[in-house]
Structure formats: C-alpha cells, structure tokens
Design a protein around this ligand. Structure first.
Ligand code: PNS
Length: 172
C-alpha cells in the first residue's frame, strides 16, 4: 500500500545545466520517459561566468527538441534540487552515468540529496555507448575552436549554436 502523503504519479526530475543539451542527454531523457509517467527536464538557474546560452534560451531549445513528447516537460529551477523536487511532488531524480569517472561526484550528490530528503530516490541510467564521451563542456570547447559537433547534439541545438556564434561575431 502507498503510504498517505506519498507522491501519486511517477514523476521524475532530470536536472542539469544543459549548456548545451547533447545527444547523450536526449538519449537519457527518452529512456526515462519510458520508465516514468512524466519527466521534468529541470534547467539549473546558475550564475556561471560565461555560459554559452542563458537559462531561458536553454529552456526554449529543450522545449523545441521535445515538443512531440507530451510526457516531457521543461522547466528551470534555482536553489536546492530537493526543494524543487518536493514542490513538484517528484518521486525520483534521474542522472546519467557515462563512465566510472562520473561515479564519485554522482554518488556524493545522490547521498547528500538523500540526506536532505530521504523519500526521494536517485535513479542512474547509462546512455547509449556512442555518447559516453560526449559532455556539454567538450561540446562548447570544440565548437568555440571551430570543430564539428554534428551528430553529438540535436539539430536545433546546432542551429542555435551557429546563431549564437554569429551574434557573438557581430558584437566582436
Ligand atoms: O549538468 P550538471 O551541471 O552536472 O548538473 C548538476 C546539478 C544541476 C544536478 C546540481 O548542481 C544541482 O542539483 N544543483 C542544485 C543545487 C543543489 O541542490 N545542490 C546540492 C546537490 S547535492
């Protein structure tokens, strides 16, 4: 029996910086959308010194990519993730594990989040092998230096990145 007060629907939060969204993220979000009734892709509102995209641009891009998936919602959040998850009555946080090197940080974060909110589970998922080397940080770096990112990010992200590149070039 479900204890009273427990979250009813199986809503999961997929939190991250998504600067930018990669095909690795897309792979994980689609896998999670099969497991949960609803997935909320939650973009962290942070004050990074030099983000490629603003928070609202990231939200807009991710909405564009998932517009055909009715159980994928895109939102932004600030402050503690567990607080946001509580507000959304989420039952789980989904995070991706690409390699052993991700594990330590993810393990610490999962246990800290459990310490803060024991009823919230963190679920780890592995992306398809072809995306295990893909990270937003490397995508930004490769793109800035003129490298090819096709196939590593969704087509709308590529378009937005080209637009951003032109904007920055005009501004000097
Ligand atoms: O894509 P990222 O940058 O790896 O995502 C990290 C994120 C957003 C999941 C993490 O920084 C986070 O949850 N930040 C919100 C603040 C918070 O709750 N911090 C305590 C985490 S243990």
């Amino acid at each position: 029996m479900i204890p009273s007060g427990a979250p009813s629907g199986r809503l999961a939060i997929f939190p991250g910086s998504f600067d930018p969204l990669t095909n690795g993220h897309v792979d994980l979000i689609l896998r999670s959308a099969h497991l949960f009734e609803r997935i909320v892709v939650a973009v962290l509102i942070n004050a990074e010194k030099e983000p490629l995209f603003t928070t609202s641009e990231r939200v807009e891009i991710i909405r564009e990519v998932f517009h055909e998936y009715p159980n994928v919602e895109v939102d932004s959040f600030g402050g503690l993730l567990v607080e946001y998850a509580r507000q959304r009555r989420a039952s789980a946080i989904v995070r991706g594990l690409r390699a052993v090197s991700d594990f330590e940080y993810e393990f610490q974060m999962a246990l800290m989040n459990r310490h803060l909110e024991p009823s919230l589970e963190t679920v780890f998922m592995m992306p398809a092998e072809q995306y295990t080397f893909v990270s937003s940080r490397l995508i930004r770096e490769v793109f800035k230096l003129g490298g090819e990112v096709r196939g590593l990010v969704p087509a709308p992200v590529e378009t937005w990145m080209r637009r951003k590149h032109n904007e920055l070039a005009v501004r000097g």
